[in-house]
Write a protein that binds this ligand. Structure first.
Ligand code: PNW
Length: 462
């Protein structure tokens, strides 16, 4: 069966700076909160760090050639803030500008559209020390100033900008559960961090629209992550619990942008822990995204926990589930990836349909989707059949969502390369390309060859 995607559909691959670049202190780069977090014993599996990672910093030519060979139409990478501004604010590091210029130029030469994310978690450590990171009042202006440096230097060639990657992860895992940098725990800080992330995003967008977009003609938006929440039973209570869980996950950030305020369920349950969106904030944030960026990985059942104890996921992706009175679970027959995330392709379709219904069918890009498996490198090959099956399942449901009217514009595989998987270190492999230990040689897996044919056919041939 043929599943044809729309003309002009953007087929891409994604990575992020800290996860692949290495060169953590080369050529004037300042330290990020992830450089520091990795130094703290016990924070990252096996004591792994991003000091070398895939050494992408020194292998641009090789990596762009790999993307060209796979046939990527677009490449989503992130810019390391402390490589551009080593102290977070003030002096610009020209070597950092040169590095991204080289990457962008080589992508364009290879016919690959650059998609730049401005913040994929590697905050300059100076800003954590000096103003409390995302809890600091000055952080949104600092971010907008940094964004301006990027628009100024790269905006003549970069036409697709993502401000913030996954404000939910930054807030909940970084400032609530403390499992990601900067490792703080609190039940109030995440909501303040989230508020400042929204303001930072919106200030960068305002600057782009006022000063750069008229001449540069690019698009700018934010990428949020959300897993689907399926009601455990048909009861009204479980249906409401699933809806509430989605509101605490995605509508937390999308409602202010598309509706001008936080969801009612969050305001009621969080009280003064949730900052108020003032008229000035609303003016700034409402309408501040040219497209809807979504990172999607998995699905869980949600049940009302008002009567019992809320149960989150041990992997953190329930968030602060006691705030929501939601209990999460998975069906025993759902297959799991190496992250213990369930493989539920139909959840992706329901997620997309929920977004289309709630936000009036905005243009959507899935800016990450993928899976970790315990791949085996044998005779220089990786036969990752489970990963191909995962992608076929998810893309099949995305195709169905398009048939059902969802305004899908593009899809980025996470990830182009096996890389530093945050607190899991190098133990979790998401890539369609393996990295040979020691030599760091790139070895396309079977899924990379499979993806090449999907892109060539502009769809699936099942
Ligand atoms: C995303 N959760 O992280 C990131 O954008 C990537 O950098 C990362 O490599 C990828 O997904 C795979 O993990 C997430 O707990 C981390 O729900 C954790 C969660 C979601 C996304």
């Amino acid at each position: 069966m043929k599943k044809q995607f729309p003309d002009q559909f953007t087929w891409g691959g994604a990575t992020s700076s800290y996860q692949i670049e290495g060169a953590w202190n080369a050529d004037g780069k300042g330290p990020s909160i992830w450089d520091v977090f990795c130094m703290i014993p016990g924070k990252v599996h096996n004591g792994d760090t991003g000091n070398v990672a895939c050494d992408h910093y020194h292998r641009i030519a090789e990596d762009v050639a790999l993307m060209k060979q796979i046939g990527l139409k677009a490449y989503r990478f992130s810019i390391s803030w402390p490589r551009i501004l080593p102290a977070g604010r003030g002096a610009v590091n020209q070597n950092g500008i040169d590095f991204y210029n080289k990457l962008i130029d080589q992508l364009l030469e290879a016919g690959i559209e650059p998609w730049a994310t401005l913040y994929h978690w590697d905050l300059p450590a100076a800003l954590e020390f000096e103003i409390g990171g995302w809890l600091g009042e000055e952080i949104s202006d600092a971010f907008a100033d940094y964004a301006g440096v990027c628009f100024q230097h790269f905006g003549d060639r970069v036409k697709n900008w993502i401000t913030i990657n996954e404000a939910w992860v930054v807030s909940i895992l970084g400032y609530g559960l403390g499992v990601f940098a900067p490792g703080r725990t609190s039940n109030a800080a995440p909501y303040l961090a989230g508020h400042n992330l929204l303001k930072a995003h919106a200030k960068a967008v305002r600057l782009y629209r006022e000063k750069y977009q008229p001449a540069q003609h690019g698009q700018i938006g934010i990428t949020n992550n959300c897993d689907w929440r399926e009601p455990l039973t048909d009861t009204a209570a479980d249906k409401a619990a699933a809806e509430r869980a989605l509101e605490f996950f995605l509508a937390w950030f999308a409602d202010p942008i598309y509706k001008g305020d936080y969801p009612e369920s969050m305001k009621t349950r969080l009280g003064s822990r949730l900052p108020e969106i003032t008229p000035a904030d609303r003016e700034l944030i409402f309408g501040s995204s040219d497209f809807f960026g979504l990172n999607h990985y998995t699905t869980m059942y949600a049940a009302d926990a008002a009567e019992g104890a809320a149960a989150g996921s041990v992997y953190g992706n329930g968030g602060l589930s006691e705030d929501q009175d939601v209990s999460l679970s998975v069906a025993p027959d759902w297959a799991l990836t190496g992250m213990q995330w369930a493989i539920v392709p139909w959840g992706c379709r329901k997620m997309l349909e929920w977004i289309a219904a709630r936000y009036d069918n905005p243009p959507v890009y899935i800016t990450e989707n993928g899976c970790a498996f315990d791949d085996k490198l044998e005779d220089g090959q990786v036969h990752d059949v489970a990963r191909i099956a995962f992608f076929e399942g998810y893309l099949g449901e995305i195709h169905q969502a398009i048939q059902n009217g969802v305004n899908m514009r593009g899809y980025f595989i996470w990830s182009l390369l096996d890389n530093f998987e945050w607190a899991s270190g190098y133990s979790k492999k998401f890539g369609i390309t393996a990295i040979e230990p020691e030599t760091l040689r790139r070895i396309p897996k079977d899924s990379a060859l499979w993806y090449k044919t999907v892109i060539l056919n502009n769809g699936l041939n099942l």
